[in-house]
Design a binder for this molecule. Structure first.
Ligand code: AOF
Ligand code: ZN
Length: 365
């Protein structure tokens, strides 16, 4: 299953889940497959098609329950994966986790059992669910899974007064951020970050997980991003309003940017995020400054936090902070807490990761 999870990362299937499959005959791996996205074969099909020898009696390890629908998201008709396993003569299927797509949700497992196939469910399920969190967020919440990454000094600043921010954390931390970026479909920033730093926002110095750079999404209400910005390139998404100047909109379109324009009074995180799901973004990395990051927290649209802290202080009451705007809590006993907290060291820096707990609490602002 560990191998199937690795193989699953070869695809870039959003809005479908990453899925890996490995076919084992005796003690030998005879084939593997993964899913590349709508319109392409599912992992089980790819693996069983790739078998160089008879798969009769083989075991198939797969990171998601085999599907039981015949018509794909692309409209094409094909054999459901559970049936494909049966046709190939597979006698045992080991599954990391059940599918939450209502078309399958347990029915794939039941079909296999009814056909006399031996089925095990739950092997490395936590890892698989983590790998599928973009797909699961779209299925259950209709929006991408949001990871907030921020780097601050020990006294909580993301820059000095005056704006200088290079660099807060060291090289090892920055490399870890590139690794994180490589697992995401998009990086979200506000136009303030573009104007202040003109970042490139690409994955550098680490391998691309799926051979594809994450896209950049710029929240830019009044379209004040300079045309010369490094992120003004093919594939970048600019989220603006219908009041944005037409000439600037055209100029960015010419550079290959995708423009999403909302009416000014509907320009909210809640309205924008589902639109990013619609253009195939399952996991997004929020690398914004305090103002936009604060808006994501107030919308309760932060699912995972990676908070880097460098052991240095800059002081200054006006130096920018990680979360700005109106408070999330006005009483400490209402603070948003992180569960599944982990701590990593990168050189002298520390990174705290976790999942904010939003359930049962009303935002206070
Ligand atoms: C599998 N194996 O490799 C994947 C599955 O639109 P389609 O036909 O591509 O189906 C997408 C749905 O199929 C998706 O919502 C999820 O339930 C399942 N994904 N199932 O058996 C795979 N990627
Ligand atoms: Zn399938």
């Amino acid at each position: 299953m560990r191998k199937a999870l690795q193989v699953g990362l070869k695809g870039h299937p959003h809005p479908n889940p990453p899925v890996g499959a490995v076919v084992v005959q005796g003690d030998r791996v005879i084939a593997q497959g993964w899913h590349n996205g709508p319109g392409t074969p599912h992992a089980e099909h790819m693996a069983l098609d790739a078998c160089r020898e008879n798969a009769a009696g083989a075991t198939l390890y797969v990171t998601l329950e085999p599907c039981c629908h015949t018509i794909g998201r692309d409209g094409n008709v094909r054999i459901p994966c559970w049936q494909r396993c049966l046709d190939a003569g597979v006698t045992r299927v080991v599954i990391a986790c059940a599918d939450i797509d209502p078309r399958t949700a347990g029915k794939g497992i039941q079909h296999l059992l009814d056909a006399g196939v031996s089925v095990d469910v739950g092997v490395l399920s936590e890892k698989a669910i983590h790998q599928q969190r973009g797909f699961r967020s779209i299925q259950t919440a209709g929006r991408p899974f949001v990871i907030h990454k921020v780097a601050t000094t020990l006294d909580g600043h993301i820059a000095c007064e005056g704006g200088d921010s290079k660099w807060i954390t060291g090289e090892k931390s920055r490399r870890a951020v590139h690794q994180l970026r490589a697992t995401c479909d998009a990086i979200i920033v506000g136009v303030g970050t573009i104007v202040a730093d003109d970042p490139d926002l690409t994955v550098r110095s680490v391998p691309l997980v799926s051979g594809r750079q994450p896209r950049v999404v710029v929240f830019d209400r009044s379209l004040r991003m300079p045309e010369s910005a490094r992120v003004a390139r093919q594939g970048t998404v600019i989220v603006t309003t219908s009041d944005a100047p037409g000439a600037a909109t055209d100029a960015f379109k010419q550079k290959g940017c995708h423009i999403i324009a909302l009416d000014a009074d509907t320009y909210t995180v809640e309205n924008i995020l589902p639109m990013l799901a619609d253009i195939g973004m399952g996991i997004v990395l929020l690398e914004a400054g305090g103002v936009l990051s604060g808006a994501f927290y107030r919308a309760r649209y932060v699912d995972e936090v990676h908070w880097y802290i460098a052991p240095k202080v800059v002081g200054g009451g006006n130096a920018p902070v990680g979360l700005a705007g109106s408070p999330l809590a006005t009483r400490m006993n209402r603070a948003i807490e992180l569960t599944q907290m982990q701590m990593h060291r990168y050189g002298v820096d520390v990174c705290i990761t976790g999942r904010p707990v939003w359930e049962g609490r009303e935002a206070e602002s």
